[in-house]
Ligand binder design. Sequence first.
Ligand SMILES: Nc1ncnc2c1ncn2[C@@H]1O[C@H](COP(=O)(O)OP(=O)(O)OP(=O)(O)O)[C@@H](O)[C@H]1O
Ligand SMILES: [Mg+2]
Length: 368
Amino acid sequence: MNLLELHLHQFRSYHESVFRFEPGAIHILEGANAQGKTNIIEAIAYISNLRSFRTRNLRDLTEHGQPSFSIDAVCEHGGIREPLRIYHEAGKKKLFRFGNPVASFSRFVGTLNAVLFSPDDMMFFSGAPVLRRRFMDTELVKLSQSYTSALRASQKLLKNRNALLKKKQPEPFLLETVTEQLVDTQRTVIRQRQGFVNRLNERLREFYPVFSGGTEHLEIQYRTFVDTERNLETQMKDLYRKTRERDLRFSVTGDGIHKDDLVFLLNGYPMTAVGSQGQKRSALLALKLSLCSIIQEKTGQYPVFLLDDVFSELDPVRRQKLIDLIPQNMQVFITAAEPVQADFGNRMVCVHHIKKEINGKDKQNESQ
Ligand SMILES: Nc1ncnc2c1ncn2[C@@H]1O[C@H](COP(=O)(O)OP(=O)(O)OP(=O)(O)O)[C@@H](O)[C@H]1O
Ligand SMILES: [Mg+2]
């Protein structure tokens, strides 16, 4: 999969800018601080996930003083060129594929699949479990329609169940029915989350030792409220029967996939307890490379790989290892404040000099 064109209109610091990108190449977005490099990465990631990794407020994405923004992209997958468009105004998002409106989020998300590494990801290990659940959900939603349906249904059923629990005396039959449906949809989510983690672990065994010099191993454990080795349906039904009174007392569902988490073990110890900054960064890079490999395996195509500020954080040896690990035909975008000193072998490298527009006038962003 490749991004061929990107047209930003009133997006962040870009009033009106067009970028063209070579398929399969390594694109370096080079420029001083605050010139708009991450803004480009953010726009690409936004097309992929329909969510910004820097803000939850879409107003932040709109150029200051403007009422709307749009991102137009041309992506290529399996030899097909597909125009994509996102238009945002007054809290409303309109999505288009091939110029036609797309009604549902799930029919747009992942059309351009991008995998992102950002320095902000360093919170990934120590932050709240929601970050790690979001990681699983963001990726699985792009890969599996059945996951998307089961996840959305579970979220809705959980809301319904909680609303029932808040009533003084909920109809027992209704509570039972909602719980049964919840068990059913959660089963699909748990199976797919476990399968995803298993595949990530297989890839991590290959990628992580490259960064650590082969002396360490990294493993992810998927933690959910039932034992994934045993029958999920029976366990969930038993558990919800046993915890029914407690849930009624607290007016909330205490157990479920909404509490799932991932635990990262470095040589068998929790990453949060033993990991150095460098080990965490290496683990994240290995995780993202593993993800790229899984996406290729599942869809037949590599995603677009976005590396924001990765080089300033790595020593020259790890930097070179990362470049060597990037698959031959995967299109990559790397931001850097200084010229990148590394050996790219026979890879096509395009350097884009990024400079902020001054006084509203477009200053040409040149490529070489
Ligand atoms: N909504 C917005 N409207 C106008 N300008 C914005 C908006 N949001 C951010 N900016 C501007 O964008 C610039 C920051 O862009 P970006 O984060 O892409 O920088 P960068 O090149 O990645 O810098 P660094 O090397 O420091 O990471 C800042 O000048 C900021 O003022
Ligand atoms: Mg930046």
